[in-house]
Structures are given as C-alpha cells and as structure tokens.
Ligand binder design. Structure first.
Ligand code: PGA
Length: 260
C-alpha cells in the first residue's frame, strides 16, 4: 500500500524567541525553504503565544506555506482560568496544530493523562489538529517499561475520540531522556516504539486509523540524524526543539524530510 502520510516537521520553539526574533526566524526560513520542498512535507511552527499574531500576519500577507502552531492550550473555551489560553483564541489566529501533553508540561506543570485527553478533544472541537506527546523517562526505559508507559499514555489520551479524529491527528513519541540532552533514541528504537503506537491505535480505532495517524519522533533531532529516522516506515516526521531555533539547520531538516 502506498504511504498516504505526508511527513510533518514541527518546530517547537518552547519559551524562546520574542515576537521580533520569531519574525526574523520565520522570514529567514521562508527564504531558505523552497516552495517545491513544502509541497512534499508539512511544516508547522510553534512559537510562544505572544508571537502568534505576528507570525500569523506574516504567513498570511506573504502567502507562506508554513502551518501556524501553538505549544499548549486550555480545554475550556473561556472563564476564570488566569494565565491560560482558550482553543477558541488559537483557532481565531488561524492556528492549525496544537501540541498537548508535552513532557515538560506533564512534569513541570502537572498535566495528567485526563487533562491531555480533554485538551485533545477541545483542540478538535475548534477545528485544529492535536500533536499529542507521549514518552518514557530514563528510569522507565531501563526498567523495560517503555511500551507500558507509552501505550498507556496513548490509550488514555485518545479515550472517547472518534476513529476519524484519531486518523487525522498526530502523535509525537518523545523519549523524555532524549529531549534537549543531545542523546537520541536509535532510529531502530524509534521505529519499534512508533510501530507499537500504530498497532495500538489500529487495535482500538481500526486499521484505517492506524494507517493514517501520523507519528513523529522527537528528542534531539538534528540535520545529521533526521534522514535515518525518516527512513523508518512508522516514523512520519519529527518534533524538533533546539535545532528548530536555527533557521539554517531547521531548513536542512525540512529538506531532508521532504525526500522521504
Ligand atoms: P529537542 O526538543 O529537539 O530540543 O530535544 C524536542 C521537544 O521537546 O519537542
């Protein structure tokens, strides 16, 4: 069967780049990434909230093909949630993809599987696509618990979704020990966990959802490592942190992904 899944490379800028810096980074990327490359790979950019309006305007005015993304949102649409951002506001800014359940949010801000599940539903309810992150700690990996942890997060995060929703979403496998550390899972390890995620999705939501869901690998992805990852049959893209802040390196990653 031909692979129906367009690769997706996502730049998670985390708490980096103010709106001036973000705009410069976007413009440099637009200059470095040729249009024909963007016909072969989807690219989403996930800046801090304060940069979204600036990037939205530039993407729209200059008709860029980058997809605007966010790093987080609340599951309610409005109300007394000081400091939080509604999915309605993101949709209004033409945000297409929203990361949820990133390990930094789970670890540092106490997000639970239940909260992640509520966010996934809220993101869909407002016409956007979730990128749901899952991954194990080093201790869990060393104890042989990688699959139990990751598949547990997958099942909990997808609870109550329709199969068409699961088919349309993105799951990012990000081993926590590989994030921002310069260590990355081997391409074979990434493939093995991504294949298990796809099998778990197929078991719960049907073969079609399993075949369509896009699964990214994340954790210290660089221009030098992305080709081997993208060559794996169940790895459909990458969620890139540090290396996405450098337009030259990120453009290389995008170009390499477009070849797969
Ligand atoms: P990294 O971050 O590429 O800097 O490891 C990835 C992520 O946290 O999404």
């Amino acid at each position: 069967m031909p692979d129906p899944r367009t690769p997706l490379i996502s730049g998670n800028w985390k708490m980096n780049l103010d709106h001036f810096e973000a705009l410069r980074t976007l413009q440099k990327l637009a200059w470095l990434v040729p249009k024909d490359v963007l016909s072969k790979v989807d690219v989403s950019l996930h800046p801090p909230f304060t940069d979204l309006r600036t990037l939205q305007t530039s993407i729209e005015v200059d008709r860029m093909e980058f997809l605007l993304g966010a790093q987080h949102c609340h599951h309610e649409t409005k109300g007394a949630f000081t400091g939080e951002v509604s999915p309605v506001f993101l949709a209004k800014l033409d945000v297409k993809l929203v990361i949820c359940g990133h390990s930094e949010r789970r670890e540092l801000f106490g997000e639970t599987d239940e909260m992640v599940n509520a966010k996934v539903k809220a993101i869909f309810a407002h016409g956007m696509t979730p990128i749901m992150c899952v991954g194990e700690t080093l201790a869990e990996r060393e104890a042989g618990e990688t699959e139990a942890k990751v598949l547990g997060q997958v099942v909990a995060g997808l609870q109550g979704l329709k199969k068409e929703q699961v088919a349309a979403m993105v799951i990012a496998y990000e081993p926590i020990w590989a994030i921002g550390t310069g260590k990355n899972a081997t391409a074979q390890d990434a493939q093995s966990v991504c294949a298990s995620i796809r099998a778990a999705v197929a078991a719960s939501f049907g073969a079609e959802a399993g075949a369509s869901v896009r699964i990214q690998y994340g954790g210290s992805v660089k221009a030098g490592t992305v080709a081997e990852l993208m060559a794996q049959p169940d790895v459909d893209g990458a969620l890139v942190g540090g290396a996405s802040l450098d337009p030259d390196e990120f453009a290389q990653i995008i170009a390499i992904a477009a070849e797969h």
